[in-house]
Design a protein around this ligand. Sequence first.
Ligand code: ADP
Length: 275
Amino acid sequence: MDKKTVGLSSTLKANTVPKSFTKNPIRGTKFTIAISSAKGGVGKSTFATNFALALKSTGSKVGILDADIYGPSLPKMMSINNKPESKDGKSLTPIEQYGIQCISIGFLVDKETPMVWRGPMVISAIKTFTQKVLWNNLDFLVVDMPPGTGDTQLTFSQEIKVDGVVIVSTPQEIALLDVRRGIKMFDKLKVPIIGLVDNMSFFEGDDGKNYNIFGEGGVEKAANDYKKKFLGKIPLNIDLRVAADSGKPLFEKNPEHNISKIFLEIANKVKESFL
Ligand code: ADP
C-alpha cells in the first residue's frame, strides 16, 4: 500500500469510528429503538409500523420517527396527509395516527418532490427531528432508519442515545452480506443490537407447503455467527402487503391475524430486553 492509500484509509477510520462522543437522549422518550436494514426493499418500514403498533398493544406509549429522508414512507403507510403544527415556529408537534405519535420529512414536503439533498442537509433534518419534536411521554420511540450505513446511521449512532437496534433482512445471500456489514458497524459504534428479524422468510402456498423463495436460514445463521439474538421469521404474505399499501398496517387492521401475532411475539421479546 502506498503512502496516499494508507493516509486515506486512516482518515476514513478516524472519521467513521470516533473514540468518544456525547450521546443525547431524545426528550420525551424513555427508550429509542432503531429499525435498520442493510438493503432497501426488505420490508424495514413495514416491520417498523407493525412492530410499533404491536408494542403499543402491550400497553406502551409509542412513537415513530421516519429517519429515511430520501425515501420517507410513513405518510403512505400510516395514511397521514396533514402537516405537523409548530406552536412557536421552532418545535414540531408529532401527528398521532392509530394511537402512535409520528413524524416524517414526508409530512413537510410535497409527496412527489424528490429530496435532492446533500449529506449536511440530511444531518440537519435528523437533528431537527431528534431535538425539536415534542414527543409526549413515550415509552418507546421507533426510528425507521434509511437502508445502508451512511450519514443518518452515523449521526444517530454518534450523537443520539440509541438504546437498541433491530436489523431486518430478507434471507437471500446478497442481502445477508450487507447484514454482516451492518452488524459490524453498530458493534463498532457501540450501539447495542437487540436482534435480527428474517422478513419475507418463506411463502405458505395454498397446498400448505412452505416455499423458501429467498433462501433459508441465512438471517438466523448471521445472528448466530455474531452472537446476536434471532427475533423471528415473518413470512411473505399478501395481506401484509395489501394492508401496507392501503395505509393501515395489518396489525391495526387485524391484530388477530397470524402475521400480527408474529409481530406481537417479536415486540414482546424486544420489550423484555428492556426490563
Ligand atoms: P423497506 O422499508 O425495507 O424499503 P418496505 O417496508 O417499504 O421496505 O417494503 C417493500 C415492499 O414489500 C412493500 O410493498 C411492502 O408492502 C412489501 N412487504 C414487506 N414485507 C412483506 C412481507 N413480509 N410480505 C409481503 N410483502 C411485504
